[in-house]
Design a binder for this molecule. Structure first.
Ligand code: HEC
Length: 105
């Protein structure tokens, strides 16, 4: 038989387990994602127009979380604001970072 203290402890443990996902931290960046963060924030600086988490909240470019290399290339070829050069390595890295942001909003 459970005494009342045990019952309360059991209930609290259950509540804590339920609450855990809310506190779950985003997983650490892989090396490729970290390289992409550097491209995003410094090397090319997508952050200036697309916002800190690529959410499109600075009022220039839209939310680009989860966007593909083809979509980025298409913009580089057609969008006057995005006429910068990006190597395949930079594109692959930034795509990985944008996918990470989409998965961990
Ligand atoms: C100087 C500002 C600026 C910078 C820097 C910039 N962008 Fe953009 N980007 C824009 C604007 C503005 C648009 C919207 C263009 C349109 O809708 O015609 C856009 C559109 C896009 C789109 C298409 C979004 C969609 O929904 O179709 C992608 C993908 C994108 N940008 C990725 C990037 C990435 C990745 C970088 C960095 C490597 C970057 N941009 C850097 C301004 C910028």
């Amino acid at each position: 038989m459970m005494n009342s203290t045990t019952k309360i402890a059991t209930a609290l443990t259950g509540l804590f387990a339920l609450a855990m996902p809310a506190f779950a931290q985003a997983p650490a960046l892989t090396d490729l994602e970290a390289a992409g963060k550097l491209v995003f924030e410094e090397e090319i600086g997508c952050i200036e127009c697309h916002g800190a988490l690529a959410k499109g909240d600075v009022g220039v470019g839209p939310n680009i979380q989860g966007k593909s290399a083809d979509e980025i290339r298409g913009q580089i070829e057609s969008n006057e604001l995005m006429m910068f050069d990006a190597t395949d390595e930079q594109l692959a890295a930034v795509v990985a970072y944008l996918a990470y942001l989409k998965a961990n909003p």
